[in-house]
Write a protein that binds this ligand. Sequence first.
Ligand SMILES: [Fe+2]
Length: 178
Amino acid sequence: MAQVNEPMADVRDMFLAHTMPRREFRLLPQLVRDVTPGDLERLETVGAHAEHICLVLHLHHEGEDLLLWPLLVERAGEEAAGIARLMEEHQAAIERAYKEITELLPQWRAAAQHGLRLAGALSTLLTALVEHLALEEKEILPLTERFITAAEWKRLGEHGMAQTPPEALPQALGMGML
Ligand SMILES: [Fe+2]
């Protein structure tokens, strides 16, 4: 990458952005298992929360796919290529679990069906997610500081904010601060 005369990305906010999905996906499998049969209010509370957390994660990865990986692969060359392949494998495992969750979640919310399968899919996603986020923080963020400008980095956050329903934004931001 040619020398640029502008500020480079300050990646500290990504550690903040990772804290929330790490914590919430660690809690969700047991939250789902603990819903008492017939407790429709609790079912809806946990179900709506799970849907919200899944959306936040989906938007996070969508933003990185669109706005981060292509630039890193283009600019960091060999340094990014090997890691990017591994990251894609993680993303595929996460996507498989995510797809199963988004299929099961509406059935669980509507009729309390497949709760154990849903909890299992959430646990599977957690395993892949923990590995993925750790690799991203260790290998990708140092490259990002070198190859991505502050303005480009800002677009990543804006992508998530723009795609989140306005009524869900306060909760998403609040959970990110815990
Ligand atoms: Fe990330």
